[in-house]
Write a protein that binds this ligand. Structure first.
Ligand code: PLP
Length: 392
């Protein structure tokens, strides 16, 4: 066992630093309330923004599709063929986003790993926001291109870096998160677009937390800034507001076609499963039918944030339903989370390396599935724990 003794030590170190992930076991669907370790608790953790993870229409669509198509895709699409169901989802996603074409992947993480290395290589340079998601960072590393991180959400810093570095490389690309998931702030995509336009650079945005949240009826960040036809690659996920699983790249049809030929997670990993695809199509149906869920998400989160601020919590600079409750040290955040749990509220502490050292927090995720009574209960629990631990 000596060859893994270092792992035991590392794990002990994580526990001492308050950075060990204790993963809770659920015995209920995702929704406003969960059964966790046998206890009914209010859910403040999931990315199930619209409450679709357990929506009856999605569940029904899964049943019908699996009667017709079974469950598995059989193999990678280039070898075993592709189901018409997958083609239908891609067509529907493209229409929903208002673009020419879309391609799906098994997850958002895979979409980034497939896309970035297909577009840039070691002769090239990527300009990447300093706080971009891990899957973007890994996709960039995998490409072999030179990575130049620029100051978070700063088009000026981006432009400066382009001026200094672009002449030394063959081609360049700019990549940014749309919504930054830990702070809830939005990339100034309109300004970033202007910069990429001046230097004729590819622009890629990761809209994982914007899909189903931002824009008209949840059409995402490109719609939010009215940049239709201007962003080359809109990557997204169906694991958040869509309530299912799967990644997507929407945008220019030539780029999408290239990803079908050269995206490694497309060529070497099988397609989304039948239930995933059917549920995603049902999610688009719901989003296209009405904006009620998206409206309710925003109403709920505005209410919750205003009340938290009144109580004196530091909830950062979020511009979206993501509500970071800033606590500082990881151990305090973990203690806060434990106290909340004993009050019947499930709010996970998030620490390093997901957020910087000393910036630990409870990230509250409000959803359209919550009602005002739920939010009231959650606010009461935050008030009691906040006072007990001297945070407010
Ligand atoms: C969640 C997330 C992903 C990964 O999406 P999955 O579909 O869960 O793999 C990628 N990028 C960002 C910004 C995310 O927040």
């Amino acid at each position: 066992m000596s060859k893994i003794a270092w792992l035991q030590e590392e794990l002990e170190g994580l526990k001492e630093a308050g950075l060990y992930n204790n993963i809770r076991t659920l015995s209920s669907p995702q929704g406003a309330w969960l059964t966790v370790d046998g206890k009914k608790v209010l859910n403040f953790c999931s990315n199930n923004y619209l409450g679709l993870a357990n929506h009856p229409k999605l569940v029904e669509a899964v049943k019908q599709a699996s009667e017709k198509y079974g469950v598995g895709p059989g193999a990678v699409r280039t070898i075993a063929g592709t189901m018409d169901l997958h083609i239908e989802l891609e067509k529907r996603l493209a229409e929903f986003k208002g673009v020419k074409a879309a391609i799906t992947f098994q997850s958002g993480f895979n979409a980034n790993l497939a896309t970035i290395p297909a577009l840039v290589a070691k002769e090239d340079v990527i300009f990447s926001d300093r706080l971009n998601h891990a899957s973007i960072i890994d996709g960039c590393r995998l490409s072999g291109a030179k990575i130049k991180a620029y100051e978070h959400n700063s088009p000026e810093a981006l432009e400066q870096s382009i001026k200094e570095n672009l002449p030394n490389y063959r081609r360049g690309m700019v990549v940014t998160d749309g919504v930054f998931s830990m702070d809830g702030d939005i990339a100034p995509l309109d300004k970033i677009y202007e910069v990429t336009e001046r230097y004729d650079l590819l622009l890629m945005v990761d809209d994982a937390h914007g899909e189903g949240v931002l824009g008209r009826g949840g059409r995402g960040i490109v719609d939010h800034f009215d940049l239709h036809g201007k962003v080359d690659v809109e990557m997204g996920t169906m694991s958040k507001a869509f309530g299912v699983m799967g990644g997507v790249v929407a945008g220019n049809e030539v780029i999408v076609e290239w990803l079908r030929q050269r995206g490694r997670a497309f060529l070497f990993s099988s397609a989304m499963t039948v239930p995933d695809v059917a549920a995603c199509i049902a999610a688009i149906d719901l989003l296209e039918d009405s904006t009620d869920l998206v409206d309710r998400l925003w109403d709920n989160s505005k209410f919750f944030k205003a009340e938290m601020q009144k109580m004196g919590f530091d909830i950062g600079q979020s511009e979206t339903p993501i509500t970071p409750v800033m606590l500082g040290e990881a151990r305090l955040a973990q203690e806060f989370s434990r106290e909340l749990f004993s009050e019947g509220v499930f709010g996970t502490a998030i620490g390093f390396p997901t957020v910087p050292q000393g910036k630990a927090r409870i990230r509250v995720m409000i959803s359209a599935a919550h009602d005002r009574d739920d939010l009231g209960k959650g606010l009461d629990a935050f008030s009691r724990v906040g006072k007990k631990l001297g945070v407010i």
